[in-house]
Design a protein around this ligand. Structure first.
Ligand code: SF4
Length: 195
């Protein structure tokens, strides 16, 4: 774990560590005020309950609770963006796979602050192992969670399907913090969280 944290920092990502989801939620609620905030689809963020806490003094967009036609656009264009990750590699790369691409776009474009809230179960070995996790562990589990009509939601195995419900259409690998992003931070929680 220490090696991965060191590599994340070398790659330009700040890393903040917490022992519990509650402590991480307190940190997020205490450090984001008066901003537009977008949230990506994430079981981890749901488990933290940060949406309701951030709404108290921010304008928060999250398609998990408001599926209006332009919510994803507002998420992408917010000042601050929160999401999780499907995997983090030993080299300190952050991987996410998306069906629509909104989470990937929001993670990579100019922002004041991008925060990846990640349970330690997402931390992997070298890049091929992280990619394997993103495709063959996170993908099927998320398809099942979202009640998608895909073969992986039935048997828990990726079939590289061509279903209209396929949730794996784009991959973003952040090798480092993109130039125009103000800050990118990994909030590492030493618990198993999300998929
Ligand atoms: S079966 Fe389809 S939806 Fe499921 S993980 Fe594979 S590509 Fe993604």
């Amino acid at each position: 774990m220490e090696k991965i944290i060191g590599n994340l920092r070398k790659n330009g990502f700040a890393v903040t560590e917490f022992d519990t989801a509650e402590a991480a939620a307190d940190y997020l609620a205490g450090s984001i005020h008066g901003k537009t905030v977008g949230m990506g689809g994430s079981a981890t963020l749901g488990a933290l309950g940060v949406y309701d806490r951030l709404k108290a003094d921010n304008t928060v967009y999250w398609h998990a609770v408001d599926n209006g036609p332009d919510v994803c656009d507002r998420e992408v264009n917010a000042q601050v963006f929160l999401t999780s990750a499907n995997a983090v590699s030993e080299e300190g790369y952050i991987l996410n796979i998306d069906g629509r691409g909104n989470r990937l776009a929001a993670s990579a474009m100019r922002k004041e602050r991008v925060i990846f809230v990640i349970g330690e179960n997402k931390f992997c070995g070298p890049f091929p192992q992280a990619l394997e996790r993103a495709r063959n562990v996170a993908g099927p589990l998320n398809a099942k969670r979202l009640h998608k009509n895909t073969p992986c939601a039935v048997d828990g195995v990726c079939h590289d399907c061509h279903s209209p419900d396929r949730i794996c259409n784009a991959l973003l690998v952040l090798w480092g913090k993109p130039m125009w992003c103000g800050s990118m931070e990994v909030v590492l929680i030493h618990q198993d969280l999300g998929f």
